[in-house]
Design a protein around this ligand. Structure first.
Ligand SMILES: Nc1nc2c(c(=O)[nH]1)N[C@H]1C(S)=C(S)[C@@H](COP(=O)(O)OP(=O)(O)OC[C@H]3O[C@@H](n4cnc5c(=O)[nH]c(N)nc54)[C@H](O)[C@@H]3O)O[C@H]1N2
Ligand SMILES: Nc1nc2c(c(=O)[nH]1)N[C@H]1C(S)=C(S)[C@@H](COP(=O)(O)OP(=O)(O)OC[C@H]3O[C@@H](n4cnc5c(=O)[nH]c(N)nc54)[C@H](O)[C@@H]3O)O[C@H]1N2
Ligand code: SF4
Ligand SMILES: [Mo]
Length: 674
């Protein structure tokens, strides 16, 4: 008999709702869930490939331990015993900092990994935590932290109500959005234009998103801080600054500081560095100021460059000076139902940076992490404090982080490596022990991370479709954490999970703790603390105080989750800076002024390579699945015909691409989109 299941797609930030049909324990069909308030039936080919992922014979189902250079399957206890025998002595001899923790992108797509990962990080107590965030989005998060006082307070375009959308360095037609959970960008963009709105795209390449827009500004790679400064300059110069109600919440003197910061950058001065005519820049500034509702959005391309944090801050400044922050049709903050620091009541504490530094380069930590690019030098540079061991959780750093060859050597040289993953891949092949996560269809899900960045407020839960004989992610993490803290890791799981819940309950006022604990029941795993977070969250039932409010039972009972409506203005309660105001021009951004001035004077390089995503790729993985592997070769070097002619290259030729970090031989594809 066919059974229908609702499932939040665990593959990218769009978090589409899926309808999955199963029969006799097998997936028979995957579609978009039409009744999902959030994604309204949208899905992409990656989601259809979930069946192949689930059934992939290469997907790990049994723990692996390396013996004599080869992986052998062992049982669960034996795998953990191996970790105990090998990792603990290294840590005892060399200290907690000798073990690195690397967290990959899929961590944010699994409630078990996202919820219990911090438990492992605390148990490890190492300063050497590296995550995929530092490969792309940390500049955006840092800007949010500086301006608004919390790491996930990122304003996102209210696409369904805006009239002018400016997209800088993002390709949501293919990526389906980043730090902006917006399933079916294609449909929403179409609707925006159908109702008379406009879309402008700033990108070195005429991307799929640019093709579907009204205008494409082909910026020179890295030109963004100059473009943004010149746009702001124009607003000041032409008397177009109109923050309106936002004035009340801007830090004293910050508009003046911004004015002075952008003063050296009139459009004429930056035109060459941007590769854009001054008049085009001026026109765009005027359009932004004149639009009744406009939203400026920047992502990956604006972050993965020298001035990533400054770019992110200046993008917000554009939204602020045009009065578009925190208003309908502008950029708005999500009100997540569970676990958002910016929903906690009371004044803010701001964020602290640089509490620790890396050993070799002395780089400051950000959000408790060091840049992933430094892992290799920390492992390869001898001396006190050198990394001896690593734990990777859903990270394929050898392929996904810069300097892959060095990373490969770094992993190979470790005394011990443990991976929690679903495959043996370029990274985990170096592991001594691999603990296999179950298939995403064998675990429940609640989107903690992306419900904080969603274009609509909602609370959704997915049950596991299938029972799994495998140990679940959170169970691995609890046992490992107990082991690292010298506790009895073989203790009953319920006992370890109760201890975890007790830690979570520390946030509950003491007088209520016992009663709250009793009301949470005995279901182990993520469900209990998601319930806790929902019930104390902004829509929560407060355990009976607001009987109409949310709890997990209500969310579970709703077939496609609970829609909490479009985004609402959230200023000033979401501001968590110490001043309680928006720090429009914080000292960390002001300090970039000198470097920016110097960069403007530097001659731009002759040729620059920019990255490109494809609908059928997902970061470093999934290309082994037949449904995604089909089609023409996608790993090509697209070159403008004029550049190709100068280099003597023709369509289909093989070209060498070399940098200080390596070389790659790639087939050339001529393209005038660059
Ligand atoms: N070549 C290339 N490099 C990139 C990118 C790219 O598109 N191409 N994108 C960049 C960006 S934006 C990011 S965020 C990073 C991401 O790079 P990573 O952090 O390395 O993340 P992924 O490549 O998405 O997945 C890493 C591994 O997680 C494992 N995995 C998948 N699902 C699960 C699961 O449910 N549990 C566990 N335990 N493991 C799982 C898979 O084996 C996969 O190889 O890469 C960056 N670098
Ligand atoms: N199909 C698919 N979807 C994905 C992923 C995937 O691998 N495949 N990965 C997911 C992840 S982890 C993330 S973070 C998101 C990222 O999603 P997006 O933020 O949309 O990022 P990209 O698709 O990489 O698009 C970045 C754009 O920036 C442009 N760019 C490059 N350099 C510059 C520059 O200097 N200035 C400007 N203005 N633009 C520049 C590039 O040409 C590119 O079009 O995608 C997610 N979705
Ligand atoms: S766009 Fe992302 S979330 Fe939506 S179906 Fe595709 S992979 Fe899944
Ligand atoms: Mo990413």
């Amino acid at each position: 008999m066919t059974q229908g299941h609702y499932r939040i797609c665990p593959l990218c930030e769009a978090a589409c709702g899926l309808r999955i049909e199963t029969e006799a324990g097998r997936v028979t069909r995957i579609r978009g869930a039409e009744d999902d308030p959030f994604s309204r039936g949208y899905l992409c080919p990656k989601a259809v490939a979930l069946k192949e992922l689930h059934e992939d014979p290469d997907r790990l189902r049994q723990p692996l331990v390396k013996r004599g250079g080869r992986f052998v399957e062992v049982d669960w206890d034996e795998a953990l015993a191996e970790v105990e025998a090998r990792l603990l002595p290294i840590r005892a001899a060399h200290g907690p900092d000798s073990v690195a923790l690397l967290l990959g992108n899929p961590v944010v797509h699994r409630v078990g990994l996202f919820g219990y990962g911090p438990r492992l990080a605390r148990a490890l107590g190492t300063r050497n935590v590296f995550s995929a965030s530092t490969l792309d989005q940390m500049p955006r998060q840092l800007a949010s932290a500086l301006l608004y006082g919390s790491w996930l307070s990122t304003p996102l375009p209210d696409i369904d109500r805006t009239e002018l959308l400016l997209v800088i360095g993002a390709n949501p037609m293919v990526s389906n959005g980043s730090m902006w959970t917006v399933p079916d960008y294609r449909g929403r963009a179409k609707a925006l234009r159908a109702r008379g709105g406009r879309i402008v795209v700033v990108d070195p390449r005429r991307t799929e998103t640019a093709e579907a827009a009204d205008r494409h500004l082909a910026i020179r790679p890295g030109g963004d801080p100059f473009l943004l400064a010149a746009l702001l300059h124009t607003l000041f110069a032409e008397g177009l600054v109109q923050p309106g109600r936002l004035n009340e919440w801007l830090a004293a003197g910050s508009v003046e500081a911004l004015h002075d910061f952008v003063a050296p950058y009139p459009p004429e001065r930056v035109a060459e560095a941007c590769g854009l005519p001054a008049e085009a820049i001026r026109l765009l500034a005027r359009e932004l100021a004149a639009a009744p509702r406009a939203a400026v959005y920047g992502r990956f391309g604006t972050c993965t460059q020298r001035f990533g944090t400054l770019n992110s801050g200046l993008i917000d400044a554009l939204n602020i000076l045009t009065g578009n922050l925190d208003r309908e049709g502008g950029v708005m903050f999500t009100q997540a139902p569970a676990f958002a620091a910016n929903t906690l009541p009371g004044p803010g504490k701001g964020v602290r940076l640089g509490r620790r530094h890396s050993r070799v380069s002395s780089a400051p930590e950000v959000m408790g992490e060091l840049p992933m690019t430094l892992f290799a030098e920390e492992a390869l540079t001898p001396g006190p404090g050198q990394l001896r061991a690593a734990i990777t959780v859903a990270s394929n750093a050898v392929l996904s982080a810069p300097g892959g060859a060095r990373l490969d050597a770094a992993f190979a040289g470790l005394d011990f490596m443990l991976s929690l993953d679903v495959y043996v891949n370029a990274t985990t092949r170096h592991a001594d022990v691999i603990l296999p996560d179950p298939s995403p269809l064998e675990v429940p899900h609640y989107d903690i991370a992306f419900s904080q960045l969603a274009h609509r407020n909602a609370a959704r839960w997915s049950e596991a479709l299938f029972d799994s004989p495998q140990v679940q992610d959170w169970q691995w993490l609890l046992r490992l954490s107990a082991m690292l803290q010298g506790q009895d890791w073989r203790a009953p799981l319920a006992q370890l999970d109760d201890a975890f819940l007790t830690e979570q309950l520390a946030a509950v006022p003491e007088a209520q703790r016992t009663a709250v604990r009793a009301l949470l029941g005995d279901e182990p795993g993520p469900a209990r603390w998601v319930d806790l977070a929902l019930r104390f969250g902004p829509y929560g039932d407060r355990f009976g105080l607001h009987p109409q409010g949310l709890n997990l039972a209500k969310v579970r009972a709703a077939p496609t989750g609970i829609d909490l409506g479009p985004l609402q203005p959230r200023l000033p309660e979401m501001l968590k800076t110490t001043s309680g105001r928006i720090e429009l021009m914080p000292p960390e951004l002001l300090a970039e002024g000198e470097a920016l001035a110097q960069a403007l004077g530097a001659a731009p390089p002759e040729l620059v390579v920019v990255g490109r995503r494809e609908v059928r790729n997902n970061n470093s993985w999934m290309h082994n699945l037949p449904l995604l592997a089909k089609g023409p070769e996608r790993c090509t070097l697209r070159v403008h015909p004029a550049d190709a002619a100068r280099a003597g290259l023709a369509e289909g030729d093989w070209a060498w691409l070399r940098s200080a970090h390596g070389a790659l031989r790639v087939p050339v594809q001529l393209s005038d989109t660059l």
